[in-house]
Design a protein around this ligand. Structure first.
Ligand code: GLV
Length: 383
């Protein structure tokens, strides 16, 4: 009858699987494909809690932290961002945002929606901050926290934050860091650098699926969470999630239904990272990206970030010749070379394309294939 909805025609579809060399998602580890097909586990059995324990131990290694308050949010990297901000900054409090790309702008939107006051300090998007600039802004704005992106996929820059934790603490501020596209690919030492809250994602250098976002909190952050007067959104409440994830070893409380295939996959990514060890993973990313830059230089292809020490080891922002249509370029790369690279975002939109040489693809053979394909596509499309 006219009142019912007839069944739609849902056709079978075939995918031509490309080489994923954008700023994410990245190709899977072969073992992750298998892990995703592991049996469903129910949240009230030991098998389930053992997987959570494995993941927490692996994440402590990945973040280089001894903190107990380490877990993974159900959701993309944005879930990590929203959790970190909403748990640590109350409505009416001030968050200082160090802005050079797209992700700190997202942080600003999230904070404003939560009723948080924001102060913004920026640098040109193809550079990074000096410690002096950040210290001056901390002094001027006296925020409860500073938000900064470590590796920025929208600009291809990496921010030095080695002593930033101490500087923040001197002014009574917590340090909140986005490591979505940098963790595993670039050396990151949460405890040593005094980072108070950090979030990441699994579809980048982890080489896993999107949808589960690792987070970690320092002792200072934990203290703020335990003494805060405001309530963050229920789904992002770290106090409740810490109980679900059994962070303190004595709770196994239901909060929401976690996605077992994603848990299996994240556990598997962490096993791969532990097997390779972080110093080796960091070095593999550094040497593959340096090699990719060298190959681009041979083809006279320019990079968006002028200073080598500010270039991110996972994602390169590559400048196309003037007048070349970026959309046409992506289409050509996909159709002729079956390689997926992505357009610029935020500050690089229309200015540079973004190429990921990360995770399982952080290898010289891949860097060669992508550099040659970029050069061929530029030659083919240049008017
Ligand atoms: C998405 O995560 C991006 O970097 O574009």
């Amino acid at each position: 009858s006219a009142k019912t909805v007839p069944p739609p025609r849902i056709v079978d579809r075939k995918f031509v699987v490309p080489l994923l060399c954008g700023p994410g998602p990245c190709d899977y580890w072969p073992s992750v494909k298998e892990a995703l097909a592991n049996p469903m586990i129910t949240p009230n059995c030991d098998e389930f809690y053992n997987v959570l324990d494995d993941i927490r131990a692996g994440l402590q290694y990945a973040f280089q932290t001894k903190s107990k308050l380490v877990l993974a949010m159900s959701g993309a990297g944005h879930a990590g961002m929203e959790a970190v901000i909403s748990n640590l900054v109350a409505p009416g409090e001030t968050l200082l945002i160090a802005s050079r790309g797209m992700w700190d702008q997202r942080a600003c939107i999230i904070a404003n929606r939560l009723g948080i006051k924001t102060e913004i300090t920026s640098v040109p998007s193809n550079t990074t901050f000096t410690m002096e600039q950040l210290e001056a802004e901390l002094k001027r704005t006296r925020p409860v926290a500073l938000f900064i992106t470590f590796g920025d996929s929208s600009t291809g820059t990496v921010q030095n934050i080695e002593r930033l934790g101490d500087t923040c603490h001197k002014y009574g501020a917590l340090l909140l860091v986005d490591t979505v596209v940098s963790l595993i690919g670039v050396e990151f030492l949460m405890d040593e650098w005094g980072v108070d809250a950090v979030f990441s994602a699994t579809q980048k250098a982890f080489s896993g699926p999107a949808g589960i976002a690792p987070v970690a909190f320092s002792a200072l952050a934990e203290e703020k969470i335990n003494n805060r007067k405001h309530e963050p959104p229920f789904y992002f409440d770290i106090k409740l999630l810490a109980n679900q994830w059994n962070c303190y070893g004595d709770t196994r409380t239901y909060h929401h239904t976690l996605c077992p295939p994603l848990l299996w996959a994240l556990r598997c990514c962490l096993q791969e990272i532990v097997k390779e060890t972080l110093p080796v993973t960091w070095a593999r990313h550094a040497s593959s990206m340096a090699y990719f830059h060298k190959r681009l230089q041979e083809h006279s292809i320019e990079l968006f970030v002028p200073k080598p020490e500010e270039r991110l080891n996972t994602v390169a922002t590559v400048v196309l010749p003037e007048g070349l249509d970026h959309l046409e370029f992506h289409k050509y790369m996909r159709e002729k070379h079956n390689i997926l690279v992505l357009e610029g975002r935020g500050p690089t939109l229309g200015k540079a394309i973004r190429v990921g040489i990360m995770g399982v693809n952080a290898r010289k053979e891949i860097a060669d294939i992508v550099a040659d394909a970029l050069a061929d596509s530029i030659k083919a499309l240049k008017k």
